[in-house]
Design a binder for this molecule. Sequence first.
Ligand code: PDD
Length: 284
Amino acid sequence: MSRTVYVNGQYLPEEDAKISVFDRGFLMADAVYEVTSVIDGKMLDFPGHAARLQRSLEAIGMTPPCTTAELKAIHREMIARNELVEGLVYLQVTRGAADRDFAYPVGVEPSMVLFTQAKNVVDSPLAKHGMKVISTPDIRWGRRDIKTVQLLAPSMGKMAAKAAGADDAWLVEDGFVTEGTSNNAYIVKPDGTIVTRDLSNDILSGITRAAVLRFAGEAQIKVEERPFTIEEAKMATEAFVTSATTFVGPVVEIDGVRIGDGNVGPTARRLRELYIAESLKTAL
Ligand code: PDD
C-alpha cells in the first residue's frame, strides 16, 4: 500500500513525494529530524520531540517552519491518513534548496518532510530477549546534542555490530561510553543504581531518557548521571538503552561478555513497562 507523505504543505502518495537535488539536506546533511513513536494511534512524548526540534533548529541558526500546534496537527493528520496504529512518525526539516555553497543561503524556504512507518514497537523480539552490543570508537562530530541527519558514522557502527553478530554498538570516546548508535546507554550497578552519561554536547538529550529518569526517580530507583567505561559495563548487573523506537531495550551482552546472568533484568523490564504505561497516559 502506498503511504501518504507530507512534503512542504502537501499530502502526496509516496511515489510523488519529491525533494530537489539541490536541497541542502541532500547535499550537506544540513537538516535536523525527529522520530516520534505511535502506540494505539497516539504519539508518545510529542511535546518533548517538538521542543527538541526547536532546540536543534535554533542551534543551526534556523527558524522553525511552523508552530508547535501546526506541527502537532500535521503529525495527527499523517497518522490518520496512513491509518497508523503502531510505529513511528519521521520528521525532517532542511535548510532548503539552493546552489551548492558552504555558506548558508539567505532567504531560502526550509523543506519539511514527514512520513510514517508501521512497526511492532511494543512486542519487539529484542525487548523480549535482549540485545547484544559491541563497542566501537565514537567517530561522530562534536555537536551530538543537535539531532542532525549526519548519520553515516552511526550507520557504520551499526553495520560493524551486525558483522560481529551483534545488534548494536556502544560508542566510546576517551575511554568512556557516549551512547548507542541511535539510543542512550545505561548500566545498573549491583546496588540497583542506574548509571547513564550526563548531558552535554557529547550525546543527544533523549526524550525517552528524560522520561525514564523521571519514572525511575518516582519509583525510588537511584540514578547517577556520569560517564562509565565498557569495563564497568561488563561488570554491571544489567544494561539497557532508551530511544523513541526501542523505549527501554535490555542489553544482555557487551563485546561477547554476558551482563548479569545473560537474561533480561528486572530493572530494564520494570522501566520498560513503566515507560509504556505512563507515556500512554499522556499520548496524543
Ligand atoms: N534516535 N542518541 C542518539 C544518537 C539517537 O539517535 C537517539 C534517537 C537517541 C534517543 O533519543 P530519543 O529518546 O529522543 O529517541 C539517543 C532515533 C530514534 C532515530 O534516529 O531513529
